[in-house]
Every structure is written in C-alpha cells, then in structure tokens.
Design a protein around this ligand. Structure first.
Ligand SMILES: Nc1ncnc2c1ncn2[C@@H]1O[C@H](COP(=O)(O)OP(=O)(O)OP(=O)(O)O)[C@@H](O)[C@H]1O
Length: 674
C-alpha cells in the first residue's frame, strides 16, 4: 500500500501527480506522511461584526446569491457571491478560480475561514477556505504547498487515500513499546493527524508519529554504527611521537595534546576507533589528524583523508605533506579532476603500500581505489558526507579506525544524535597568542572606508578576503562576485586582486588558491567556496558583502578564515538594512567569537531543520519530528532503540520496523537496509 503510485488515488490522476511529485510525493505512503504544517482552529466562530480586518477568523454564513462571473481586463475573471451571517451581508470573492465558486450552493450554510476585509458596512472575503456547515470540524489541516496545488486539493487527496487504504496502515511499533509509552495505534495516528476528530486527538496522533519517526531514525543510525563496530582486529600500538612533535614549527596546545592522546588510545584498542574531533574554526584540527596518520604509518598501515571539496583536499595535502614528508612519510593527492596518468600513479602507490597517506575528495570512493592495508580513515567536515559514504571508504580496509573532523560546532545533545555513539574529542582551546577578531557590522554608506581599511592592511603586508553572495535577485553568483572584484580593482588599481568562484575548473580554482596562499595575490574576491577550512594565516581581513543573507554558522565559518596567526585580524560585515533576524545575527557576530555559543543561538533562531540544511549532513529529512523541540521524545526513543538493537541488531524480529528504517534512510542510502 505504501508504494502504490499516487496517480491512482481518487481525484489525483497523472496531471496532479506531477504537482505532487514536486513536493516529493509519488506514492500513497508519501502522501500519508505528508503531514499538515498547521491547523486552522474552527472551534470558535465569530459574528461578522467582530471579525478583525487584519487577522483570519471563521464566520458561519449562508450563500444568498451567486453573481454571474465578471470578465475583467487582461483575461481575468472575478467570481463573486453574496452571503450573510444573518446579521450582516458580506461578499465572497474568488479571482480566476471557478472551482470553489461552482461548489458553493445558494441557500446553504458554510463555515468561511479567512481574512475579512472591505469596509465596516461592506465586508468582503477573498479566496476563503470553506466547509459545509454539516461537515464542520474543530481543526482543518493546512499543508505546505507547491504552485498549482491548494491545501484543499492535498486534503482531498489525503482523505481519498485514507478512505481507500486507511484500514491497511501497518503498525511498525512493537506492542510492548506502544503500551509502555501509551502511544496510539498507527492507523488512528495517521487519520487523526490529517483529519483530527478533536484537538486532543491531533495531539495524541502527533506524539505517536514523532515517537515513531525518532525511533526509526535512531534505529537506523544505531545499526549503521553497530555494523562498524563488529570487526575488532586492527590494533595500532602507541608509537613514539617524539620526532613528530620535534618537527613541528610550534608547540601544541593542551587541548591538541589531549585529543592526540584520546585518539592514540582508541587506535591501540581492540575495537576500531569511531571518534569525532570537534573544534571551533582555527583550533588546529589538521595537526591532530597528522599525529594519527604518523602513528598509523609507524605501525605500517595506510591512512586516507577525505575532504568535501577539491580546494580543501589540495590544501590538506599541502599541509600534511609539509608536516609528514620530513619524517619520511609519502603523501599523495587524489581528486576527480586529475589526469588519468597522475591518477594511475597514485593508485599504484596505494595498492603496493608505498604511499602512507592519500588525501582526496570523494574520488577516493571510486572502485579503482584499493589499499595494501588501510588502517585509518579520516573525513573532514563529515556533515557534508552521508553517513554511508564514511562507511564506503571504511570498506576499503579490513576494519580501519575512523576519525571524523568537524568544524561545525554542534551542541552536544545534537552531536550525540547525528554522530550517535561516536566518541567525541573537543578542541576547546585556540593556539597561544591568538587575538579576538575585531568585527564590525556596517552599512554600504561606509563601503569606501572599508576599502580604505583593506588597502591599509595590504600595505602592512597582509591579505584580504572579500566574500559575496548574490547581490540582486536573479543575478548569478558569478556576476556579482566579478562585479565586486572589478569595483575593487578600479579602486585599488595597484593591488593584485584574484577571483574565485564555483564555476571555475578545479585546476583554475586550485591555482588561484595556491597563489593567494603563497602571497602572490593581495586580495581574493570569492563566492562561498572559501567557506570551510581554507587556511592562509597571513590574511587578516574578511570582508563579507550582503552579510545579512548568511546564517550565523556560515558567517562564523567565513570569519574563521582570518585570525589564524598571532597578528590582529578584522571582519567587516557589509549589509543593507535587513530584517530583524539579520540584525540580530550581525549583532551576535560582533559580540561573540565562540562557535558553540553562536551555533546555539543559530539553532534557537532558525530551528534545526534549517541549521542542518536538509540532507547535507547525511541525515534523512524528518517529516514531523523536530530535533530541538522534541528532546524528551528523543531521549525516550534513544533508550528504546538501544534496547531493541541489543535484542536483535538486524531488526529482523520486527520486519515492519526494519522496512520503516529502510524507507527513512532510502534518501541517503542506495542499498538501504534490505
Ligand atoms: N598549536 C599551534 N600553535 C600555533 N599554530 C597552530 C597550532 N596548531 C595549529 N596551528 C596553525 O593554526 C592554523 C589553523 O589550523 P587548522 O587549519 O588545523 O585549523 P582547523 O581546526 O582545521 O580550522 P578550520 O576548521 O577553521 O579549518 C594553521 O595555520 C595551523 O598551522
């Protein structure tokens, strides 16, 4: 029943099915899981005389007369009806839409919901929602919409699907769990989330569906983790890190030493390491990873580091080669844009074991990539990879140790869900001598002053980043960044100003980045491709155009590109006067440089759905639960998930639950759980 094509639902058909598919709904199952965004509360109706002009409300009224459709200029048609709430007359108006007009009948009573405008004596309601009085309900569902599909159309399709298949809705929750947590049955929940009998029933339904979704999510994550923990045969004994530490150009922070110790302890253990290394921007994660690679190489096994972009892979390659080559390690780079002959040479080195570390993009997942003995897998910015991709790289070794590096400060409660039972090491200390980045939020009236300030920094031997999002609606990112670069070049004609954007070829990007890194460019105008991980310590000014368009976490990441040495750094946030939210974000940036504090604020302001940006973190998209507000249920389901997985890690004992996990994770996993 879940997989039946939506076009076969009564009243849908192939044409509407296309509209539904824009919402990601192509089956009956997906339709029934397309939950209302909100409900309209029809429990209270108002007499028309009390209906506010500026807010929607429900009024009970009778259609008195349908006026003939009026054709207006521009091919538009106005459909108007006269109605009364028995104390006062009002007009009901539909533009261009004859269907509701046709379905309303003269002499019948309806509940009209919407904003009643017009004048005190001549009230008028435009395109209201309406229900025949006899079908009156407490709550009316409101669905998220796509063009051409009304909330009513969705509601009708859902009702038809419920009428046809409502009795067949399977219940994946084991009965004891249901009893213990006093949850209603699945069929009742699905019916009442869409067509609640009462407000209380909607609540009960919601609780049950949230519980099920979070349980399924945690079971899925839990069984992925368990898979990784089954093998236990690769132990890497503690190595003498002396030579590594002596070769470093600086001494490590206490936090770095602690994290290196924790990682070393894991690698020596009988169970493969599964650790998240979290550190705020600029906290020095790379060198911690390098220590782990050094340790692996001492034990004669290879390491692989996967980065989300070619720029980052190239940079990590440069840094790690500098750190590790003097110690006798061989470091290679593998990216999709390399020439075939270069790739072949790298692949050969991995296969015969002569290469100790390969740094690359997801090209590392390619079939042709095989290792003599892969012992350590490191992924940078893991939230940009799927949970499964990390596993795929791991599958290239017998049971490699896994280290995940993330610069996105995630509040601990959420990290625990996303990274499940990964152990967590936190770099909570910046290298000595780092100064607070001075941050200013200014309007475009001060753009010229900002440019003068940039000139001053360049004259003092520093470098400058300039980041642009789209400037005008409809303009491409490329146009806007080029325009900003040209403007800057005209103002500072004697300076070398580079351009970097996503449409450039990987090699061109790499060349520009390398030139900036080598100090051959004074300023770099860029789109957000520099957002994560780029490390050029000599740059000390970050100028962000239209800063109000960015979220807090992105701004913090961008700002983190400066302040990476012991000289004073600055961040200038340029914006036109934005809305309240933007103002708050920019103010928070000026007041705080703590990534965790900013991430918490970001979550509060935007909600986690947005914070994690849909699928980019490799988690399936949740349909009803909210990781932030449903924390109590999260704790409950986490206990249940652990218990069920302990009883049967394959979930075969609960086939429906197993299927539900497969469905939720199908968006991120090709082979799913089947
Ligand atoms: N203990 C230290 N003392 C001085 N400098 C250090 C120390 N550790 C790292 N660095 C330098 O600090 C800079 C930032 O380090 P790194 O690039 O590893 O940061 P990161 O944690 O990856 O940050 P991001 O997530 O922002 O990329 C680098 O230039 C690195 O050489």
């Amino acid at each position: 029943m879940f997989s039946i094509d939506i076009q076969y639902v009564k009243g849908v058909g192939p044409k509407r099915a296309e509209l539904f598919s824009k919402l990601g709904i192509d089956s009956v199952g997906a339709l029934l899981q397309f939950y209302p965004r909100a409900y309209i509360d029809l429990q209270q109706t108002l007499p028309l005389s009390q209906a506010p002009f500026d807010a929607p409300c429900a009024v009970l009224g009778r259609v008195v007369r349908k006026l003939p459709p009026a054709r207006l200029g521009g091919g538009k048609t106005l459909y108007k009806l006269l109605a009364t709430d028995f104390t006062q007359d009002f007009a009901v108006v539909f533009w261009q839409n004859r269907f509701p007009y046709e379905s309303l009948k003269e002499g019948q009573d309806y509940l009209f919901y919407g904003k009643f405008g017009g004048t005190l004596t001549q009230r008028e309601i435009n395109s209201p929602l309406f229900l025949p009085e006899g079908e009156r309900r407490d709550l009316l569902p409101v669905y998220p919409l796509t063009k051409g599909l009304t909330s009513k159309a969705v509601a009708t399709a859902v009702e038809n699907a419920l009428a046809a298949y409502g009795e067949e809705i399977p219940d994946p929750l084991p009965a004891p769990v249901q009893a213990e947590y006093q949850l209603c049955r699945a069929g009742y929940a699905v019916k009442n989330i869409h067509r609640p009998e009462t407000a209380q029933a909607a609540q009960t339904a919601r609780r049950r569906l949230i519980f099920e979704e979070l349980l399924v999510l945690q079971l899925g994550l839990g069984s992925l983790k368990k898979k990784g923990r089954e093998h236990t045969d690769l132990q890497i004994p503690a190595a003498d890190l002396g030579p590594f530490l002596q070769a470093l150009p600086y001494s490590l922070t206490g936090a770095q030493l602690r994290c290196i110790g924790e990682i070393g302890g894991d690698m020596a253990g009988a169970v493969p390491m599964n650790r998240l290394l979290q550190g705020d921007v600029g906290s020095g994660k790379t060198v911690v990873a390098a220590a782990a690679v050094y340790r692996a190489a001492q034990a004669g096994v290879q390491s692989a580091l996967m980065a989300p972009t070619e720029i980052l892979a190239a940079q990590h390659h440069r840094t790690l080669e500098e750190l590790l080559r003097p110690l006798g390690l061989t470091v290679a780079l593998l990216t999709g844009s390399m020439k075939a002959a270069e790739k072949r040479a790298v692949l050969a080195g991995l296969q015969d074991g002569s290469t100790d570390l390969v740094v690359g993009t997801h090209a590392l997942l390619g079939e042709a990539v095989s290792f003599a003995e892969l012992g350590l897998v490191i992924t940078d910015e893991q939230h940009r990879f799927g949970v499964n991709q990390r596993g795929a790289l791991g599958d290239k070794g017998r049971a490699p140790h896994v280290l995940v590096m993330s610069a996105t400060p995630i509040p601990r409660t959420l990290a625990l869900i996303i990274y499940g039972d990964l152990d967590i090491s936190v770099l909570d200390e910046k290298p000595a001598g780092r100064r607070e980045i001075e941050t200013f939020a200014v309007g475009y009236g001060r753009y010229q002053r900002a440019l003068n300030f940039a000139e001053k920094q360049i004259a003092a031997g520093h470098q400058v980043y300039v980041v642009c999002p789209l400037i005008e609606e409809g303009e491409s990112e490329l146009e806007s960044v080029s325009a900003v670069r040209d403007q800057m070049a005209a103002y500072l004609p004697h300076r070398r100003i580079g351009l970097l954007h996503g449409k450039m070829k990987a090699r061109e990007k790499e060349a520009v980045m390398a030139a900036f890194s080598a100090g051959e460019l004074d300023a770099l105008c860029s789109t957000t491709v520099v957002e994560v991980g780029v490390d050029v310590p000599n740059a000390n000014l970050m100028m962000i155009h239209n800063a109000d368009r960015f979220g807090l976490s992105a701004l913090h990441q961008l700002r983190g590109r400066v302040g990476r040495s012991d000289c004073q750094s600055y961040c200038i946030l340029l914006s036109k006067s934005g809305g309240e939210g933007a103002r708050k974000r920019l103010q928070a940036m000026c007041e705080s440089s703590d990534g965790f504090a900013l991430a918490n604020l970001d979550l509060e302001m935007r909600g986690p759905g947005d914070f994690f940006g849909a699928a980019q973190h490799g988690l399936p998209q949740l349909k009803i639960a909210d990781l932030l507000t449903d924390r109590t249920t999260l704790a409950e389901t986490s206990a249940v998930a652990r218990q069920l997985l302990d009883e049967d890690a394959t979930l075969r004992r609960w086939p429906l639950l197993r299927q539900a996990v497969g469905r939720l994770f199908s968006s991120i996993s090709e082979n799913g759980f089947n």
